[in-house]
Design a protein around this ligand. Structure first.
Ligand code: SIN
Ligand code: FE2
Length: 213
């Protein structure tokens, strides 16, 4: 069956069952989102976490919300305090909550209320290898992923690591949502290319809004 994956009215591209790319969905909030990231990093700075296997991640990370995703030699988990500051993570800004709800609804997952947001900072040469988001308590909730700054090639595979992977070019303001049948699908980000973005310089930020607890 041949079917158009692009619906011009909403700029929504189906990726898999339960998964969609919402083109430019976050664009009108770009200034508020970037200001919120600056406020968060002033209290919980970006840091390079270490995998349980002892490798330092090339992507720098921080969090906001009642729980934050961390990794160290002890494993992957969510925790309520930032191990760097020793304090609770900064609260989820209203602009993140509103965007998460609207994007999830647009992608067919209404009523999404995240309690955690992992913030990734990519510089040219950094990448995020194929993985599943599976440290959350309940997979009934979707993931809402917001791209800001430099473009990236996002990979979206399937339930098995060896499943074929689609490559999706993500631009500033694009939002990807996956949930339901594709909630545990593998995904990653290919090595970021050199570039300069008018709002972020030589960086890409990604917000992944989750319901962790
Ligand atoms: C992630 O899987 O945590 C981030 C995905 C992205 O940066 O687009
Ligand atoms: Fe992820």
């Amino acid at each position: 069956m041949q079917q158009s994956l692009f619906e011009p009215e909403g700029g929504k591209e189906a990726l898999a069952s339960g998964a969609a790319v919402l083109r430019g969905f976050a664009a009108k909030r770009e200034s508020a989102l970037l200001a919120a990231i600056r406020a968060i990093e002033a209290r919980s700075p970006f840091r390079h976490m270490v995998t349980p296997g002892g490798f330092e991640m090339s992507v720098a990370m921080t969090n906001c919300g009642t729980a934050g995703w961390v990794t160290d030699r002890a494993g992957y988990r969510y925790q309520s305090t930032d191990p760097v500051s020793g304090k609770p993570w900064p609260a989820l800004p209203a602009t993140f909550l509103d965007l998460a709800d609207e994007a999830a609804t647009a992608a067919g997952h209404p009523g999404f209320v995240p309690d955690a947001c992992l913030i990734n900072r990519y510089e040219p040469g950094t990448r995020l290898s194929l993985h599943q988001d599976k440290d959350e308590a309940d997979y009934a909730h979707p993931i809402v992923s917001v791209s800001l700054g430099l473009p990236a090639n996002f990979q979206f595979g399937g339930p098995k690591r060896s499943d074929p992977v689609r490559r999706v070019a993500l631009e500033h303001g694009d939002v990807v949502v996956w949930g339901g049948p594709s909630r545990l699908f593998h995904h990653g980000v290919l090595t970021l290319k050199n570039g300069e973005h008018p709002m972020t310089g030589a960086r890409r930020f990604n917000l992944t809004l989750r319901r962790a607890l």
